[in-house]
Design a binder for this molecule. Structure first.
Ligand SMILES: Nc1ncnc2c1ncn2[C@@H]1O[C@H](COP(=O)(O)OP(=O)(O)OP(=O)(O)O)[C@@H](O)[C@H]1O
Length: 303
């Protein structure tokens, strides 16, 4: 478990992290979301003892990182995947890491296998694609078999196959009972990866909730309805107290009703439906609304 309590970091006059409190539970993937500059990386660095909080604290299984007896066996992190000696093979890189951290050498082949790099373990890591480098970074994070794992923007720049691989891998790590915290500024990716979300903006907590709750509160319940008999259906829906708005191409947008309710009313009144679709597309918009004021740099239109 990770616990941040009033965590604060100032760089001169910049408040990168501002009185942030949250908990990250084991057994699930927790997404750490926020626009660029929100303070995600700074928070992760403080969790890992790479930066000192100006105020507050952050604990891993009840202790600050600097007080952990076996840090690499407690927490593993993927911060910058390109951090590897270019002329060293993947296996040599991991052996060196294992040796310098007093970790058993037999873990190297286990973690190479776990991330699917066994076949290329003898090749120079400098020639690895971004996806392979990410896998090597994850292998390094897993060397100490830690119960807590942090991933900072792990899918940035990856192709769809690489994204899917990392997503599944993180979910499997959580299913093993580990604590998995993954930062991203991509809400749509987090929506399918994480079951819990911590959303920050300008260093402050905006919300911590389950992903489902976040999506439900973000999207509301608007349903798009297309029918050649909208003139008949519209008044029926209004009578039931639902709000009906004209949409594009002669469609309706209905608020306050589920698609089941609308379908039932249509069927009971012999109304033909051509489309009945719950609108979930506004997830990114909801994220923008929530974090909009918290974006550090807005693009200046017209420049
Ligand atoms: N070493 C530093 N010195 C001064 N300011 C810093 C330093 N590190 C971060 N900041 C500032 O702190 C704020 C938060 O930055 P941080 O990198 O933690 O955000 P982030 O959410 O990880 O953003 P991104 O998604 O762009 O990586 C920004 O205003 C940034 O400019």
């Amino acid at each position: 478990m990770i616990e941040a309590i009033g965590l604060t970091k100032r760089y001169g006059r910049t408040v990168a992290v501002d009185d942030l409190s949250f908990t990250v539970q084991p057994g699930r993937v927790t997404g750490f979301l926020g626009p660029n500059g929100a303070g995600k990386s700074t928070t992760m660095r403080m969790i890992l003892g790479l930066d000192r909080p100006t105020a507050g604290r952050v604990l891993i299984d009840g202790k600050p990182y600097t007080e952990l007896n076996r840090p690499l066996q407690t927490v593993g992190a993927l911060l910058d995947a390109k951090w590897v000696h270019p002329n060293r093979s993947a296996r040599a890189h991991l052996r060196w890491l294992a040796k310098s951290n007093n970790l058993p050498g037999n873990r190297v082949d286990q973690v190479l296998e776990a991330v699917g790099l066994t076949q290329v373990a003898g090749k120079n890591a400098g020639g690895f694609s971004l996806g392979m480098s990410q896998r090597l970074g994850i292998a390094a994070a897993l060397l100490g078999d830690p119960k807590v794992l942090l991933f900072d923007e792990p899918v940035n720049g990856l192709d769809p196959e690489g994204i899917l691989w990392i997503r599944t891998f993180m979910q499997n790590l959580a299913a093993e009972g580990r604590t998995v915290l993954v930062s991203s500024h991509l809400l749509s990716e987090m929506a399918v990866t994480a079951s819990e979300l911590i959303v920050i903006g300008r260093g402050k907590l905006i919300t911590q909730s389950s992903t489902q709750e976040f999506i439900d509160s973000a999207t509301g319940n608007t349903v798009l309805v297309r029918s050649p008999q909208l003139f008949k259906l519209g008044p029926l829906l209004v009578d039931k107290g639902f709000t009906v708005r004209d949409g594009a191409d002669g469609s309706f947008s209905v608020s306050g009703a589920t698609s089941d309710q609308i379908g039932d009313i249509a069927a009971a009144n012999g109304v033909v439906l051509h489309e009945l679709s719950p609108q979930r597309g506004s997830l990114e918009e909801a994220f923008m609304q929530l974090t909009g004021d918290a974006v550090e740099y807005h693009a200046e239109i017209g420049k």
